[in-house]
Design a protein around this ligand. Structure first.
Ligand SMILES: [Zn+2]
Ligand SMILES: [Zn+2]
Length: 98
């Protein structure tokens, strides 16, 4: 069974239930006075020391999932555009055959 406790990014001594982490972070961040932290763009509960976001993204599951979604959307869109441009080419042909 997975341990439902996760470590607070602001204080390693804080262990909170994962579903409580977003609430905990808001409170904890307000009283935090340590080195500057940066928020992960893909998950609001990920905070890493300033300057280490790029390293974080290499192992961030939310980053991976976000980009997988973007790629899927891109390919979907690309397929639609391809069909649209084919139809457009047909129109062009008939136009130029006049
Ligand atoms: Zn905390
Ligand atoms: Zn992250």
């Amino acid at each position: 069974m997975d341990n439902p406790l996760v470590q607070c990014p602001f204080d390693k001594a804080h262990k909170v239930l994962s579903h409580r982490l977003p609430i905990h972070i808001v409170k904890c961040k307000a009283s935090y006075s340590g080195p500057e932290m940066e928020k992960c763009m893909y998950n609001a509960t990920h905070y890493v020391p300033k300057g280490s976001l790029q390293t974080h993204y290499q192992s961030c599951k939310s980053f991976y999932e976000f980009h997988r979604e973007v790629h899927e959307k891109f390919y979907e869109k690309h397929n639609i555009d391809e069909n649209a441009s084919e139809a457009f080419t047909e129109d062009d042909k008939s136009y130029y055959s006049f």
